[in-house]
Design a protein. Structure first.
Lengths: 242, 126
């Protein structure tokens, strides 16, 4: 190698060394920035979930006998969704829809919500407006997206005799079909002031009996299979199946 | 975001152009490059940058000549210019300042230091 080439090579080497130092510095800063934005993202997501939960709980608290219903149905529905359509659980959004399913009850008068006896026709009509009212209420929460349809459609029936839209079969948003099984099961097995809850076996039998009329038969079957697998001894245990 | 600040980098070594381009991208500069003085002068006419980084030792017009040509022009006489040179002697420095450069970095140089110099020039604190 002639001396001029050697000098140029040495200069190039020194230049590359400085580039490498700069690169290490830049990578360090970027890693720090990435870490900070991940922390901020998690905090934001947690804050959103806290807000959703607070909103959902405030609806639940109006309904005196449903203590624990919210978390149980939420966990049930997520477990069943992971089984039926796992891709839907990739984002927490659907879970928000499940948590908020009864948010419309905020707008139902306590006198109707907690009436000890049966509701008259007018009262029933007001009560049955909670899915639509809830749906309207959460409309501004853009992050919910399609999950808002859980709120609207969780009282639809597979045979088309549900409310508010009278949708039928697969017209009903899939997660709403999933949720309604879990919601009904929990309602059946929960003690009410005027009646004791059914046993789990009786409730499972009811779910089976209404597969194809009230419930999507395939989802009802998956629900029964899920319960069979977990062999729960109480609703409480079933609530925390994963 | 405000309009990106435009930087024109002129160097006959594509390696230098590539790396400086990348680092400036990271800082949200809008970067264009030229590999010789004539191309650089044409680029300035087409799309005037906010600041220019100019290598001294290039085939054809060298950096001093390009710098002097810009200072002598009507439209771009106040364009901030950073000179890059392989030699770091007081004479070089003087030649650069005589040609009208605003700042001067000797090679090998640090792209991060170059960014600091550019930021200073653009904020008018140099």
């Amino acid at each position: 190698m002639n001396p001029a080439d050697a000098v140029e090579l040495e200069q190039m080497r020194r230049q590359l060394q400085i580039f490498a130092d700069d690169l290490r510095h830049i990578v360090g800063e970027e890693r720090h920035r990435r870490h900070e934005s991940e922390v901020a993202f998690r905090e934001l997501q947690q804050a959103y979930q806290d807000m959703v939960r607070t909103l959902a709980v405030s609806a639940e608290m109006k309904d005196t006998y449903t203590s624990g219903h919210l978390d149980r149905t939420y966990q049930f529905a997520l477990a069943l969704t992971r089984r039926v359509a796992p891709e839907l659980t990739a984002e927490p959004t659907l879970g928000y829809g499940y948590l908020l399913h009864d948010v419309g009850k905020i707008l139902i008068p306590d006198s109707i919500l907690n009436k000890p006896g049966p509701l008259d026709d007018d009262e029933w009509e007001i009560m049955a407006s909670h899915p639509l009212r809830g749906f309207e209420l959460v409309k501004p929460l853009r992050l919910l997206g399609d999950a808002a349809m859980v709120i609207r459609s969780h009282h639809e029936r597979w045979d088309g005799r549900g409310y508010p839209d009278g949708l039928k079969g697969e017209e009903i948003y899939l997660p709403a079909r999933i949720f309604t099984v879990c919601d009904t099961f929990d309602a059946m097995t929960t003690d009410r002031p005027y009646r004791k809850g059914q046993s789990i076996d009786d409730a499972l039998h009811e779910i089976d009996r209404h597969a194809g009329t009230q419930f999507d038969p395939e989802i009802a079957r998956e629900f029964l299979a899920l319960c069979e697998e977990r062999r729960p001894s109480s609703t409480e245990e079933l609530a925390f199946v994963r | 975001m405000a309009d990106a600040r435009r930087v024109l980098i002129v160097d006959d070594d594509p390696l230098i152009l590539n790396i400086v381009h990348t680092v400036l991208d990271l800082e949200d500069f809008s970067v264009s490059t030229a590999e010789d003085g004539e191309t650089a002068l044409a680029a300035i006419e087409r799309e005037p940058p906010d600041v220019m980084v100019l290598d001294v030792m290039m085939p054809g017009m060298d950096g001093f000549e390009v710098c002097a040509a810009i200072r002598a022009s009507e439209a771009h006489s106040t364009l901030p210019i950073v000179l890059l040179t392989a030699r770091d002697t007081p004479e070089d420095r003087q030649a650069g300042m005589d040609a009208g450069a605003d700042a001067y970095l000797s090679k090998p140089f640090s792209p991060l230091e170059l960014i600091e110099v550019i930021e200073k020039l653009l904020s008018g604190t140099a």
